[in-house]
Design a protein around this ligand. Structure first.
Ligand code: CU
Length: 166
């Protein structure tokens, strides 16, 4: 994945900024904390306005089907309606790129989607992949995000599906 390294730096930077803000608030008195909170409410410096998604936009699994029994490598195809797929870094209206959530819940929707073994980015704009998973039950879910890996508002995500890997 080409965008992996810059994304890691970006996520790291965001985490630092957030951690810094938290540390500052923890160190201060209650009054200082309240003031910091008020300031954060007035001017959310480290957060940005979410990218809107159009009404009715959705992503879904074309394959596999929910409840399917499959064998590795598993062919996974992502469907999208009401929006288009654009590579990460390309800001066009009503677009985003796919993220596959594997055996994990939905991440915080006001932050960039993490990049790790449970959160796979398809920043090249691809709409299918082959995945090797250990035998057993696994959950999969799709979550679309904008050019900067932030989920849209409202978020565009599939229902989680459960597959059984032989
Ligand atoms: Cu992404």
């Amino acid at each position: 994945m080409r965008e992996m390294r810059p994304l890691s730096i970006f996520v790291g930077l965001t985490a630092c900024l957030l951690a810094g803000a938290c540390a500052k608030q923890d160190a201060g008195s209650d009054e200082a904390g309240a003031a910091a909170e008020a300031a954060a409410d007035a001017q959310p410096a480290t957060l940005r306005a979410p990218t809107p998604s159009p009404a009715g936009a959705r992503v879904f699994f074309i394959t596999p089907a929910d409840g399917a029994t499959v064998s590795s490598p598993i062919r996974i195809e992502f469907g999208i309606e009401g929006m288009s797929v654009a590579p990460a870094g390309t800001e066009t209206e009503h677009s985003g790129h796919h993220h596959l959530l594997i055996d994990t819940g939905v991440p915080p929707l006001d932050l960039p989607i993490p990049a790790d073994a449970n959160h796979i980015h398809f920043g090249d704009g691809s709409t299918a992949t082959e995945l090797s998973l250990a035998p057993g039950e696994h959950t999969l879910q799709l979550l679309l995000a904008d050019y900067a890996h932030f989920p849209h508002d409202p978020p565009v995500m599939s229902q989680p599906i459960t597959i059984s890997v032989e």
